[in-house]
Design a protein around this ligand. Sequence first.
Ligand SMILES: [Zn+2]
Length: 67
Amino acid sequence: MQAENVSGEPYRPHTVTARVEGHSAKYIVLLDDGRWTCTCDDPATCAHVAAVQLVTGHPGPARKEQR
Ligand SMILES: [Zn+2]
């Protein structure tokens, strides 16, 4: 099942900037035009983006679990 892609939905901001505190550093998670990025060293296993997606209500690509 795919989530509905409703344009102009007010609940989901188009851009997000979030600071995430890691073990010894702070990372910046960005959402820009539907693309998530993070400043951490290992974006392949990045948990920061997933955490921010949860907080903001975004069903982002970093979270593919389906139950
Ligand atoms: Zn990260």
